[in-house]
Ligand binder design. Sequence first.
Ligand code: HSE
Length: 434
Amino acid sequence: MTNEKQSPVRLGIAGLGTVGVGVIRIVEQNAGLLAARSGRPIRITAVSARDRSRDRGVDVSGLTWHDNAVDLAADETVDAVVELMGGSDGPAYALAKASLSAGKPFITANKALVATHGKELAELAEVNNVALRFEAAVAGGIPIIKSLSEGLSANNISEVHGILNGTCNYILTRMEREKMAFDDVLNEAQKIGYAEADPTFDIDGIDTAHKTAILAALAFGIVPDIENLPTEGIRNIVPVDIEYARELGYRIKLLGIAKKAGDAVEVRVHPAMVPLSSPLAGVMDATNAVTITGDHVGPTGYEGAGAGQGPTASAVVADVVDIARGVWYPPFGIPAEDLSVPEQPGAESHVGTYYIRLKVADVPGVMADITRTLARENVSIDSMLQRGHAEDGGVYIVLITHETTEEAAIAALNHFNALECVLESPAMLRIEAA
Ligand code: HSE
């Protein structure tokens, strides 16, 4: 079936950072295997990157070099374009449009691009009957896009939960294991080059939101919509909540969540307490994991490296193999024009259980004030703990609610703030049965 005489797929790569170099390495090292699996050889013919002279540890001397990445789309020696530059707009967006308009398959690891312009780019791909693939954009080496698009395509999906950001999961893991504060772990992670110099996208949940918007689009046939996705990161997580969570049988994780709720689809990103017995609770360090529930398959789980050279390049090259094989389907599984804009229930209407931590003065009547405040909002208590003296003489009261609306939980929190016995702003975390 396979021989070198079959025409190769010739790749143009935009961006020669860690992942770009990883793609070159895989294409070189696994050339025979890739040709056998693709039915055609895979070659790299052209590249675009900022610095021509940098030693990247791979030989790029025989490749055509384009200073302007968008020129890859018009390069006659390029059959398919691989974009590894990043950024939702600018050159990445221009290159995507130019490649798809030129009828060239476009493969990207760029979650911001797909989450922001996914529908438009999918339409362009479909009009031009050309592939738009983005396996590497979500959860790095885990084939989660393929699982949703292909392996689970027989199912109505009811929910998707993901730990989609390795940096945040690493920080939360260190905070728990070393009992360190968030800022200290972050500083340390930046010093060893683990976290980005500007870690905002990671720790504020934006990276997770991009990935969640893409998973939600694939799972529910909806337009990826980053603008209306409620997003909260991990900056406000403190060690004491990690400790109480553990005592109560939970672990704190930053989750991307997409869930069917009647005709609506709830899509949100926030830290949540998950039961220690749940699959996502055991996912530590920089590992990513996703659980997907389908109506016929039931719950399924996926775990692996969400970032790094090998895992991300592995996902990119898998997309290339599909293109070489001639695999094509609409980028979001259904025609882009059929992607719907579902009702997005406000986060406040979310019904769930909540963890609330209050620092209060240790004086008579405090418990009565707390229970009265909750009763006022019809919030019922499932369990409650009072723990030790804080340095300033206050004590912590920690409670878990029964199911209630987020609106009621927030209203109770606001009333707590007004109580004289409450010494600092209460903390609240959602509990998810992920
Ligand atoms: N910065 C991401 C993470 C990897 O920490 O998981 C790329 O999406």
